[in-house]
Design a protein around this ligand. Structure first.
Ligand code: ADP
Length: 298
């Protein structure tokens, strides 16, 4: 039976793009293996769906240890149970910025000295565990915790060509016909986010299963995204910015759009990449095609 996990790359070669990051991590992993030492702790920072979890799994695979993933926050006893049962492995602490400051502080000794200090005075040793932190909002990670991750390789933006290859690979995994041209359009419409590519490929697969041919315009329309990867929220952002005269601060936009700032910053990632928005000293400025993106809403 086909499962969504078929889509998750399990080896470096299947993981498309991020060449610099893959090379850097391979050096650290191979060195740790040669030295017969624990792999240093790693922090992965990038937007939702860019491939952090998948990367963490591949790191564990190539280091040859078990992989366990927790979405933060978790109760202390969950971590304690894991540490008591395991003395070697890679553990992903996903969304690490969601921990309170106090909880983040309690993880400092784990990363620095290899033990978790409990309130009752007990210490739980972490053996040869490698901790991979993942975050979409690094500014919410307290500085001492951020600093304790020895390896912090940045994610590069995926190019449209890499996104095309990700679409082709996913389509192959779910046995769906896909031409290079269609993959190019769907890849670009994924806006540099592999998880978005997955939604588009699943729509292509489901339409094909229902007996329809490959029609990219229909896939985009059904997934409510355009060829630039702009969603309704991107268009609304541009419209509100246009209404404020084409230049505005983040606070004002957040109030008008009724969206939290981190959500706006994530929307801006693609608007900046597509050069319809720029950051200036006086605020966010709509430029070039940005005005027609705003008009598309009317
Ligand atoms: P994150 O943890 O950053 O939210 P994930 O690792 O869950 O993102 O990735 C989302 C999906 O996109 C996964 O199911 C995976 O199949 C796919 N994916 C992510 N990065 C890549 C990549 N570089 N190459 C191929 N597929 C990828």
């Amino acid at each position: 039976m086909e499962t969504t996990d078929n889509l998750r790359p399990i080896e470096w070669d299947d993981y498309i793009g991020q060449a610099t990051m893959k090379e850097r991590l391979s050096i650290h992993i191979n060195s740790a293996l040669l030295r017969d030492a624990a792999l240093d702790h790693i922090l992965l920072t990038g937007p939702p769906g860019c491939g952090k979890t998948t990367m963490a799994q591949i790191i564990a695979n190539s280091y040859g240890v078990d992989f366990t993933s927790f979405i933060m926050p978790i109760k202390e006893k969950v971590l304690v149970t894991y540490l008591r049962l395991t003395d070697q492995g890679v553990i992903l602490l996903d969304e690490i910025h969601r921990l309170s400051t106090k909880q983040q502080e309690s993880y400092l000794s784990l990363l620095e000295d290899g033990y978790l200090q409990l309130d009752n005075g007990d210490r739980v040793e972490s053996g040869n565990i490698t901790i991979i932190g993942a975050t979409t909002e690094p500014e919410k990670v307290i500085a001492p915790l951020y600093d304790r991750f020895a390896i912090k390789p940045p994610f590069d933006e995926y190019s449209d060509a890499e996104m095309r290859d990700i679409v082709l690979r996913m389509a192959e995994a779910v046995e769906t016909d896909m031409t290079d041209e269609a993959a190019h359009v769907l890849g670009r419409a994924s806006g540099g986010i592999p998880r978005n590519a997955k939604s588009l490929v699943f729509m292509a697969r489901d339409l094909e299963t229902m007996g329809y041919g490959l029609d990219v315009a229909e896939i985009l329309q059904k997934c409510r995204v355009d060829e630039d990867g702009f969603s309704e929220d991107h268009r609304r952002y541009c419209q509100v910015l246009a209404e404020t005269g084409g230049i505005s601060g983040l606070e004002i936009l957040s109030a008008h759009l009724r969206l939290p700032k981190p959500t706006l910053i994530e929307l801006e990632r693609l608007l900046l990449k597509r050069e319809v928005l720029q950051y200036t000293k006086s605020g966010r400025e709509l430029i070039g095609r940005g005005w027609s993106v705003a008009k598309a809403m009317e």
